[in-house]
Design a protein around this ligand. Structure first.
Ligand code: SAM
Length: 411
């Protein structure tokens, strides 16, 4: 296993590393027989941890944030995945590359001797590295395919783009999944079409955030919309997505799109009153630059910027894992728009851990079910090649399970 992006100090301190490896061993369900570490000057270390049926050997190169851990076990019952998970977590590695070489059985048989059959053994070696998102006692791992395509730190966040074996291409910010090309349409179609097909004639839309371009791509599909202003604080996200995620970034090059690199909070603060029909807050979780987007004051300003019959759509987090934020912002929506004009939508985004996600539909009087234009909706669904939104999903998204109704005080 090769660990990338590990803290250099940790990789030089055997007093800290030894107990971590002991934790990995217990995650394997094995026991340490003896451990021996040697630290080098000016930095780095080598260590061995002996087990009953195998061993772990560790070498570290702190100057490059890299460590290699070889693990040998003749016990076929060990839980390798758990060890990889634990290792990545305990060392807070950016990435864990894993190469598995079957051993113990079969190597003695002639057809499997390394000399005779390197191809077969090579073929069995699976080069696997994993990206893991950790949050509130949960983890979501995706097997990475090939090398990291983009990895830079902007003034705002750590931007990564990489291919996966199962979920297409993935964008993460600060190691939180923003989109996968395999399921991005769920979020982008539901962030836009219910509002655009409930509003009788939306002309101007505003997107705050949305640096991957998917929300703009979907808004631009509506013929009545003439202009989409998109305010994204981080130009690096826009450039990286334009370069590596054309499937969503194409939205930002649409003639209707006017892209502004700036803070959405400032933009809304200075925007003309009653100047937009639809506003989509397509932001990261309420951390650092996004924090101010999850406040009552911001929603009040957004309300003023909406025209009559205007609709505000907000990425309103998961009612499963972000309960406090979820409840807090819906109380803000109720204060600003009035409870009768606030509607929670449930959507299923497998790569947004834990998969259950919500969007808020807040209007100046229109109801997402009572006022949806069924004729236009039917024609739109028939004309567009959509993958998630349709009449039934529009209707169903507003049906809330009991636990969500309780969180919102709707019971
Ligand atoms: N769909 C994703 C989700 O639900 O988490 C969000 C995707 S989009 C990449 C989120 C964007 O919000 C990021 O590119 C981030 O830079 C941007 N953002 C965060 N705070 C912002 C702010 N105050 N003004 C404008 N953009 C902001």
């Amino acid at each position: 296993m090769e660990l990338h992006g590990v803290d250099a100090e940790l990789l030089s301190d055997s007093k800290r590393v030894e107990p971590l490896l002991a934790e990995v061993v217990s995650a394997l369900g094995a026991h340490v027989v003896r451990a021996d570490f040697n630290t080098f000057l000016p930095n780095g270390m080598v260590g061995t941890v002996m087990l009953e049926a195998g061993h772990l050997a560790l070498h570290t190169w702190p100057e490059s944030g890299f460590a290699s851990v070889t693990m040998l076990s003749a016990d076929s019952q060990i839980d390798l995945e758990a060890a990889i998970q634990k290792l990545g977590e305990l060392f807070s590695a950016d990435r864990v590359d894993v190469r598995e070489i079957p051993c113990g059985e079969g190597l003695t048989s002639p057809e499997k001797s390394p000399v005779a059959n390197e191809d077969a053994i090579q073929a069995e070696r699976t080069h696997r590295s994993w990206f893991t998102e950790f949050d509130r006692g949960m983890a979501l791992s995706m097997e990475v395919e090939g090398e990291m395509l983009f990895h830079q730190k902007s003034d705002f966040q750590d931007v990564k783009i990489f291919d996966t074996t199962t979920w297409g291409r993935v964008l993460t910010l600060d190691d939180y999944v923003m989109l996968s090309t395999r399921d991005e349409y769920v979020y982008h179609e539901m962030m836009t079409h219910p509002a655009c097909l409930t509003h009788p004639n939306p002309k101007r839309a505003l997107v705050i955030g949305g640096g991957d371009g998917g929300t703009v791509r979907e808004l631009a599909k509506h013929p009545s919309i003439e202009e989409i202003v998109m305010v994204e604080i981080d130009g690096m996200v826009v450039d990286a997505c334009r370069d590596l995620l054309p499937v969503t970034a194409c939205g930002m090059d649409h003639p209707k799109c006017k892209l502004i690199i700036g803070d959405g909070i400032d933009y809304v603060e200075r925007a003309e009153a009653e100047s937009f029909d639809i506003i989509c807050i397509d932001s990261t979780d309420p951390l650092r630059p996004s924090k101010g987007l999850f406040t009552e004051a911001f929603y009040r300003k957004a309300y003023e910027v909406l025209r009559a019959q205007g609709i505000l759509m907000v990425q309103s987090e998961s009612p499963r894992t972000k309960v406090h934020v979820f409840q807090e912002i819906y109380s803000f929506f109720d204060q600003v728009f009035g409870p009768d004009n606030v509607h929670c939508m449930m959507i299923h985004v497998p790569t947004y851990m834990p998969g259950t996600w919500s969007l808020a539909f807040c209007s100046k009087g229109l109801h997402p079910l009572g006022d949806v234009d069924h004729e236009r909706q039917k024609a739109f669904v028939a004309a567009e090649d959509l993958n998630y939104y349709n009449e039934a999903m529009h209707q169903g998204a507003f049906a809330l399970p009991g636990y969500v109704r309780k969180l919102l005080g709707h019971t």
